[in-house]
Write a protein that binds this ligand. Structure first.
Ligand code: UDP
Length: 354
């Protein structure tokens, strides 16, 4: 089969690290990067560390509002899909690139496979939630990472087929966590001791785009009684600089550029706590048995909260400080599959009648 995969940001490259490896053993893959969030240096690190193949097509369409991005991506993906005539279009997660890959395929009459289907935060204001719901509606194969996602879709009765495959990020985490755990150089680089610092990430529009919310976020980070290490997402950096709060934060928090997966994972597995608004990081903290405090009031990864490994505090500093010191649960369930999700994804694709 010829599979055209559309990527647009960092977590999608992590997911492709798992799937492309298996897919390419038996099928042809055309990897397209829209450039929605593209960092050349980081992308090279991901290729080297995780074996993510170099995208064959780079559309270079970064910047702009969600609507502008969607329009630009569709204008480029439409002719590309028509020209390459893949048997299947494969999309991951919940970005604008997920949605536009799906629309371009549907309009060309090509089946769509959505990996990480069925996730819901039930917060319709989140751009990611809009992308998830719309992409699920147009997909032929909805590959879910958890039983919760499966139950969500059973209630919605989508037109495509729903298959539980587990989470492809578990495959990547299982594969690379041992190597990351050995990587002490990054802790030395940032002057932190295992178990004593907090690793943080933040980039959700709801937390950084509105100056009042951004201020609450800065105050929360400044109140943490541990050294905080925060690899800054480009969007967050831009918002902090525009508000004039970058230097104030940098005086107390170790602000780093976005890190490679192995450096980031080393900091995550050895941290006292992960303090984040990222979906992927909540789950990776759970998998690494690192306590997590999430700066949102909803999550798609409900099992991490139900099991006690993750706590939602929104931007409430008092609640965050309590959650940061809570004891870790004794039990650690495995709701996200068997670590072979990529194989299940490829097997599911092979059931398509194309
Ligand atoms: N990540 C990384 N370097 C960093 C921060 C995160 O490699 O400096 C990885 C992290 O391990 C996870 C993914 O990027 O696999 C999460 O991406 P992000 O927070 O951008 O997206 P989200 O999961 O919120 O969609």
């Amino acid at each position: 089969m010829r599979v055209l995969t559309v990527l647009g940001n960092r977590p999608q490259s992590v997911k492709a690290a798992a799937v492309s490896r298996v897919l390419r053993q038996r099928h042809e893959e055309i990897l397209v990067h829209t450039g929605q969030h593209f960092d050349d240096e980081l992308s090279t690190i991901f290729e080297r560390e995780l074996g993510v193949p170099k995208p064959e097509v780079q559309l270079g369409l970064g910047g702009g509002s969600n609507t502008e991005q969607t329009a630009k991506q569709l204008a480029a993906l439409g002719p590309l899909v028509a020209q390459r005539r893949p048997d299947v279009v494969l999309v991951y997660g919940d970005t604008n690139s997920t949605l536009t890959g799906g629309i371009a395929a549907v309009q060309a009459g090509i089946p769509v496979v959505h990996v990480e289907a069925g996730m819901r935060s039930w917060d319709w204001k989140m751009p990611e939630e809009q992308n998830r719901v719309l992409t699920d509606a147009l997909s032929d194969l909805l590959l879910v990472p958890s039983k919760t996602a499966q139950a969500n879709l059973e209630r919605e009765h989508p037109r495509g087929r729903v298959i539980y495959v587990g989470d492809v990020m578990v495959d990547v985490a299982d594969l690379f966590r041992p190597k990351a755990r050995e990587n002490s150089a990054v802790l030395e680089r940032y002057g932190v001791t295992p178990g004593e610092y907090v690793i943080s990430t933040t980039h959700r529009a709801a937390n950084v785009d509105d100056p009042a919310r951004l201020r609450k976020l800065v105050d929360l980070l400044l109140a943490v009684p541990h050294q905080v290490v925060l690899p800054l997402h480009p969007r967050t950096r831009a918002r902090l600089e525009a508000a004039g709060w970058y230097d104030e934060l940098a005086a107390k928090v170790v602000l780093t550029p976005p890190l490679g997966y192995l450096d980031f994972t080393a900091l995550l597995v050895h941290a006292h706590t992960a303090l984040t608004d990222s979906g992927g990081v909540q789950k990776e903290a759970f998998l690494a048995r690192t306590r997590c405090v999430t700066m949102r009031d909803t999550t798609e990864w409900v099992e991490t909260v139900q099991s006690g490994w993750n706590e939602l505090v929104d931007l409430d500093t008092e609640r965050a400080l309590v959650a940061l010191e809570r004891p870790m649960p004794a039990e650690h369930p495995a709701p996200y599959g068997d670590g072979h999700a990529a194989e299940h994804v490829v097997a599911a694709i092979e059931t398509l009648d194309v």
